[in-house]
Design a protein around this ligand. Structure first.
Ligand code: S3P
Length: 429
């Protein structure tokens, strides 16, 4: 286990960086390539540990995949190209790998066993295993299939109309993927719109997807055609530098080629509402996803309320938004965000306890947190608890905290942003 030490910056953050490829889109590019007919090529792939777990699982399912940094080639042989694995499928720390892969395995006529790390073992899987069982696949596991290890035997499945209790793209995607090889129509309705990368990318792979407000449906019996996928920069990784640019004195930095899909761009809305100076330039479409260059400068910020439909649009950014809120005048209230409790850690607990150590005025609530600003943060010894986004949020706080910040278990950052510390350094030169 590693410890990172972050010292307060004496200079502002200046310059341009290209953040790594989008994690959600990288997973999907590989998985959809694996079930497509033909050779799929991916550019801008995120070579973080989570996406490498997806590659490793699909190799065990018989798919030939070559990966060299950000370039990936997948030799898809269609749905029937997947074969019964002779080894356990290890998803590491990745919830997206677990849930989307279960949706694919649900219709495959063979047996697989899925395990992951200690964090995955605590994350609820009933939200996908229950509907997949209702469709007809045989799934068992710890606590009746709610937790890993899970075993799955897929087979002939029937379409369902599923009303999801949570706005979750992982749940929506798993059911739609199973629906592609099930009898009849499968539809998913969400309480609020979650990220729509699956819908966009399935269309790019030649699948017909029907959308109607909060509902999405697919007809069974559809196959995918191999594609060339260009992955946009990850707005969830960009978020750390957007916050750093806004709170570190004398900063002005540009993040190039960042995905600004409206189902993901809540962080931009929050920065604008708080009064940050942010410019969005060079907007264009890449492979069905909008991208842009984002420039942020040091700003005077004010506290705001963050809840409702905005939450699924920024759920992964809340740890660093909490850091941002400590530097805003007045109260920031984050509500309707119970889903934070079932991420890589319980992020209400981990954010609140670690920011308290730095001297922030922050209170946990049942569905979020309340932060009073503006406060001076002090360096302390904190932990990521194995959660990449907690580790990075603490490092950004460390850039403005007084004194030295020690971050235990900083190796977790490689899950989504292997070059994170190098990028901080590049912006201080
Ligand atoms: C993801 C969906 C979100 C998000 C996760 C990635 C995806 O999870 O938090 O980091 O790629 O579909 P939920 O579906 O659980 O909300």
């Amino acid at each position: 286990m590693k410890q990172a030490v972050v010292q307060p910056l004496e200079v502002g953050l200046k310059g341009k960086i290209r953040v790594p490829g989008d994690k959600s889109i990288s997973h999907r590019a590989v998985m959809f390539g694996a079930i497509a007919d033909g050779t799929t090529t991916v550019e801008g792939f995120l070579p973080g540990e989570d996406c490498l777990s997806t590659i490793s699982c699909f190799r065990k399912l018989g798919v030939v995949i070559e990966q060299d940094g950000e370039r990936v080639t997948i030799e898809g042989k269609g749905w029937d190209g997947l074969v019964e694995p002779s080894d356990i499928l290890d998803v590491g720390n990745s919830g997206t790998t677990t849930r989307l892969m279960l949706g694919i395995l649900a219709t495959r006529p063979f047996h697989s066993v899925v395990i992951g790390d200690d964090s995955i073992a605590k994350r609820p899987m009933g939200r996908v295993t229950d509907p997949l069982r209702e469709m007809g696949s045989i799934i068992d596991g710890r606590d009746h299939g709610n937790f890993t290890p899970l075993s799955i035997r897929g087979g002939s499945t029937k379409g369902i109309s599923f009303q999801s209790k949570v706005a979750s793209a992982q749940v929506k995607s798993a059911i739609l993927l199973a629906g592609l090889q099930s009898e009849g129509v499968t539809s998913v309705t969400e309480p609020a719109l979650s990220r729509d990368h699956t819908e966009r990318m399935l269309e790019a792979y030649g699948v017909e997807v029907k959308r109607d407000g909060l509902s999405v449906s697919v007809e069974g019996g559809q196959s995918l055609k191999a594609q060339h996928i260009i992955v946009p920069g990850d707005i969830s990784s960009a978020a750390f530098f957007l916050v750093a640019g806004a709170i570190v004195p004398n900063s002005k930095l540009t993040l190039q080629g960042v995905g600004i899909n409206p189902t993901r761009s809540g962080i931009i809305d929050v920065l604008e509402k708080m009064g940050a100076s942010i410019e969005i330039e060079n907007k264009k479409m890449v492979g069905g996803e909008p991208i842009a260059d984002l420039t942020i400068s040091t700003s005077n910020l004010k506290g705001i309320e963050i809840g409702g439909d905005l939450i699924p649009r920024l759920i992964d950014e809340i740890p660093v938004i909490a850091v941002l809120a400590t530097q805003a005048e007045g109260k920031t209230v984050i509500f309707d965000a119970e889903e934070l409790k079932v991420k890589e850690t319980n992020r209400i607990d981990t954010v609140v306890t670690q920011l308290e150590k730095l001297g922030a005025t922050i209170t946990a609530t049942d569905d979020g947190m309340i932060i009073e600003g503006k406060t001076t943060l002090n360096g302390a010894s904190v932990s990521s608890f194995g959660d990449h986004r907690i580790g990075m949020a603490m490092a950004i706080a460390g850039l403005i905290a007084k004194g030295k910040m020690e971050i235990e278990r900083s190796e977790a950052i490689a899950v989504s942003y292997p070059d994170f510390f190098e990028h901080i350094e590049a912006l201080t030169k």
